[in-house]
Write a protein that binds this ligand. Structure first.
Ligand SMILES: [Zn+2]
Length: 253
């Protein structure tokens, strides 16, 4: 908990609810998917929340930074980011407008909440000794964001691929050329958030938030197709089950 005072605890989201709400297409409920073997996809109507981490007073401190992240990565993405095209192909997006410090602050603030949350969806996020640094990210007016944190952004969905995007994958920890990072999904944007004293390797650093402006969002270069296929399979299976269920009910009548 942030303050240890006797305030009322609230349903706090790590990844803001807006990113889950976005997945509610045609009355669908967002589907949580995990890379964990044996994990059964679950519906999460208002996203993933934890009512043991933040009180109503502390949660309000996240409003400004959350709204910034929602604007930049979701509701105003196409206003802030311009496509990078070559020979008619979209290679990614770039923005000179988005404030890289605020965006990184948002990503780290999400990561901190995921780390202190005991919800199974966030079970792979554990910042350990860096947790207090992440918590300090919320007040970067006074504290410069620790160099432990940096991020690279990508988009996982191609414009040409028509699949329902109602699924959200759980965050996970991975290494990029020996550097620790967490992979988090923000709608169609994937953030690879570095939590390591070492910097990213030069290839990744060239497109990282700390190197911006401009801020780059590269198309699936890092996310590759494994995740994409898993989401696609899960969503299709869920659609197929729903249709089966619907048809069964229809034939009952
Ligand atoms: Zn509090």
């Amino acid at each position: 908990m942030l303050c240890l005072q006797q305030h009322k605890l609230v349903k706090a989201h790590a990844i803001p609810e807006a990113f889950f709400r976005e997945l509610r297409v045609d009355g669908e409920k967002p589907l949580l998917v995990s890379s964990e073997p044996g994990f059964f996809p679950k519906h999460a109507p208002i996203g993933v929340y934890d009512d043991t981490i933040l009180c109503n007073v502390c949660e309000k401190n996240f409003d400004g930074i959350d709204n910034y992240g929602i604007d930049a990565l979701l509701s105003k993405f196409h206003k802030y980011f311009q496509p990078l095209e070559r020979n008619g192909e979209t290679l990614g997006f770039e923005s000179s407008q988005v404030d890289k410090n605020r965006l990184l602050q948002f990503l780290v603030a999400v990561l901190w909440r995921a780390s202190v949350s005991s919800h199974p969806f966030y079970s792979k996020v554990n910042l350990g000794p860096h947790e207090s640094l992440a918590r300090a990210a919320l007040n970067t007016n006074t504290t410069a964001l620790s160099p432990v944190f940096d991020a690279v952004l990508s988009r996982w969905r191609d414009e040409g691929e028509h699949i329902p995007t109602t699924a959200m994958l759980d965050p996970r920890r991975e290494k990029w050329f020996g550097v620790n990072a967490y992979r988090l999904y923000f709608g169609e944007t994937v953030a690879y958030i570095k939590v390591d004293k070492q910097p990213f390797t030069p290839q990744l650093k060239a497109i990282s938030l700390r190197t911006a402006p401009p801020i780059f969002v590269v198309n699936r270069v890092l996310s590759e197709s494994k995740d994409f296929h898993m989401i696609k399979r899960t969503v299709q299976r869920s659609q197929a089950n729903k249709l089966k269920y619907r048809n069964a009910r229809l034939s009952d009548k």
